[in-house]
Design a protein around this ligand. Structure first.
Ligand code: SF4
Length: 560
């Protein structure tokens, strides 16, 4: 028997890990590159700019004839809350440096698209001057924290927002490079002692293996799709006050076609914590991702795989140990819906709020103008971006409601019946022409497809039936397709994977029904299903529930 010792080689770290370790300030050569007046960043700097909220892209409509580099810049807007002055700043920036649109994201932020290198510095600086930021809006860090925007249970929501802001501050990276590049416009001097030896006190030298998403939600509305987050806090309210949170860990949407080691996952509810511990617990969960996440394969680097592979008992024990608490059994809660309530509604404090439907989250033309004029005229209101890509205007005084209404009407913006039920419940990611990962159209395709499905519904006796429809240009799942009743996930130009069976409370993943459907064949694919649903459904049963109960169990599982 051989006595030769065998050595197990450590898995090879990804290139992202190597460059993070080499430059823990995340400064890269970003400022120096911008000073050169070039139109693009180096490959390594494109990874560093993500931590600063910036993706370098190129206009994919032009790719065949030329390569035009454009930047996507994402704001960090905790809970999607903006003052009217901040809205005006963002509106100006979109007009001056972007493509004259504001793109509301599914994580309550705003993205600017089409910004060229010369506009990047001024744009990010002005966002900071408005007292918002882009730091950590992308990258291997905690991203923009989401929180329920609807003004019900007003004082409980205010308490939840305070906790949200405490977690935002605790999980923010501490590098000075952001200020140096975007405010002072100088390259951080890496020779300075404090920069040379800088290591982020929470993230360490190499930050997280991959992105990390956190959300807060106020039941019974699950407008944050809380179970898709790495870390979720479900507020538990007693006598109108938030007493603590149920802790959810290990959700995430992203997957890759044909790679069964990757999959969407709902977070597990692993216990209850009193609200005083929210920051310690948030840090503990983030550190579990930092210490146990996969740094050799970015497709397998999300916290959800750590939870799936090590189990919830392991995670609970780690949280208890790291946060110095004992999580209690989860408290009771109930979710009823994930959608926004559109139009005008009266809040309990007597103020009014108005939710504006924004098709695919793209604020443009008349709606852009109307929102700007509201921001200019009604300085006491609050703009809130919703997780369903809409804009909610809160704190409208009773005495201002008629004037806000008139202003919307002046711009031709409807306040009642803003969209059909199918459009109102639909959501798409940006995809082409800006996203470098898009395999198929999404934002530009979905409204037309919803019209087609609407026609189909009318033909089979389902006119006016609400069905949650979502699309994405690739399997990364930015528009949360795996929670929809019908989802189209891009595979290649004009071809989509069809997923069916999500529910309205955001508590069930859908399943793949057909691996490839060509765009012109979508009606032929859906007609027999919708027709059967119309005839066979139980009273009040929704399409997603019916699919989950019937057709998804009648066929061999389609390839993931
Ligand atoms: Fe891009 Fe894919 Fe996200 Fe759509 S889902 S925005 S195509 S990464």
């Amino acid at each position: 028997m051989s006595e030769t010792a065998t050595t197990i080689e450590a898995p090879k770290l990804t290139h992202n890990e190597v460059i993070k370790a080499a430059v823990p300030t995340l400064a890269g050569n970003i400022a120096a590159t911008m000073a050169l007046g070039t139109d693009q960043f180096s490959a390594d700097d494109q990874q560093f700019t993500k931590f600063h909220g910036i993706y370098q892209q190129d206009d994919r409509d032009l790719r065949k004839t030329q390569k035009k580099f454009i930047m996507m810049i994402r704001g960090r807007i905790p809970g999607g809350v903006m003052t009217p002055a901040q809205w005006i700043t963002f509106d100006d920036l979109a007009t001056t440096y972007g493509n004259n649109t504001l793109r509301i994201t599914t994580r309550q932020s705003i993205q600017f698209h089409g910004v060229v290198m010369a506009g990047l510095g001024p744009l990010v600086k002005k966002i900071n001057e408005s007292l918002l930021s882009t730091l950590a809006a992308c990258g291997d860090v905690n991203r923009n924290i989401t929180a329920s925007p609807t003004p019900v249970q007003i004082s409980a929501r205010a308490e939840m927002m305070e906790d949200c802001h405490r977690v935002v501050a605790a999980l923010a990276p501490k590098t000075k490079a952001y200020h140096s590049i975007w405010i002072d416009n100088v390259q951080l001097k890496l020779d300075d002692a404090e920069n040379k030896d800088f290591v982020d006190p929470l993230y360490g030298a190499t930050y997280l293996p991959r992105k990390f998403k956190t959300g807060f939600v106020l039941p019974p509305v699950n407008d944050m799709d809380i179970f898709i987050n790495d870390l979720g806090f479900i507020a538990i309210v007693e006598n109108g006050k938030v007493v603590g949170y149920n802790l959810c860990v290990g959700g995430g949407m992203g997957r890759s076609h044909g790679n069964e080691a990757t999959f969407p996952r709902l977070a597990d509810v692993i216990g209850y914590l009193p609200k005083a511990h929210v920051v310690d617990v948030a840090k503990a969960v983030l550190m579990i991702h930092r210490d146990f996440g996969d740094r050799a394969d970015r497709k397998h680097a999300r916290l959800k795989y750590v939870v799936e592979e090590r189990g919830v008992d392991f995670i609970r024990e780690e949280v208890n140990k790291r946060a110095g608490i004992e999580l209690a059994p989860a408290r009771e809660y109930k979710f009823t819906a994930t959608g926004d309530v559109y139009g005008w509604h009266k809040a309990l404090d007597g103020s009014w709020f108005f939710t504006l439907f924004v098709e695919t989250g793209r604020v443009k033309e008349a709606k852009k103008l109307a929102l700007r004029h509201i921001a200019e005229k009604f300085t006491g209101v609050e703009f809130r971006l919703t997780g369903n890509q809409n804009v909610l205007i809160a704190n409208v005084a009773e005495s201002d409601k008629a004037a806000v209404n008139a202003l919307l009407a002046e711009h031709g913006v409807k306040t009642d019946d803003q969209a059909s039920v199918l459009h109102a419940a639909s959501m798409a990611c940006p995809a082409l022409p800006t996203c470098g990962l898009a395999l198929a159209e999404s934002e530009r395709m979905l409204p037309g497809l919803v019209d087609r499905i609407e026609k189909l519904c009318a033909e089979v006796g389902l006119a006016g039936e609400e069905i949650i429809i979502r699309s994405t240009g690739c399997p990364n799942g930015c528009a949360r397709p795996y929670m929809a009743e019908i989802a189209f996930v891009g595979k290649s130009p004009g071809r989509y994977q069809l997923w069916l069976g999500g529910n309205t409370s955001g508590t069930r993943l859908n399943r793949v029904f057909k691996d490839v459907v060509k765009d012109p064949e979508i009606e032929a694919e859906l007609r027999p299903l919708l027709s059967r649903f119309a005839k066979e459904r139980n009273k009040g049963e929704r399409f997603g529930d019916w699919c989950d109960r019937t057709v998804l169990n009648e066929q061999p599982a389609a390839q993931n």
